[in-house]
Design a protein around this ligand. Sequence first.
Ligand code: RB5
Length: 148
Amino acid sequence: MIAIGSDHAGFGLKQALMQHLTERGLEYKDFGTYTPDSCDYPVYARAVAEAVARGECERGIIVCGTGIGVSITANKVKGIRATVCHDVFSAKACRQHNDTNIITMGERVIGAGAAIEVLDAWLDTPFLGGRHARRIGLISQTENEYFK
Ligand code: RB5
């Protein structure tokens, strides 16, 4: 199960990404927003991040105007490794090296066609483990020491 959410500025791109997930036969849960009316992006970023952190969803997708605010928010939730990502190279690298569990994008930055290519690369790329797992462990250690 994939968690997905957006604010008003990411609402249109979220719709396109959900349609793509459906076409791929991938299950998702939409954490809102459910209308294009103005709203506060941390609310929806937090809901997606908590669903992933709880293990209710394996991965998450969050869209806002830039992808930045929702990424900052999601990374405040323990266990989340989120990044804003608008290119295929970074989408693969943030899975292979960083084992990201949330990808964020900005509807004001990227069109739906390119966003779908980025999303597919991210969904289909496995974590490489090995030395990268040690580094993820160091991230978790930092997190555990600062977020009690
Ligand atoms: C909303 O205007 C905008 O600030 C938000 O979607 C996001 O880009 C914040 O980082």
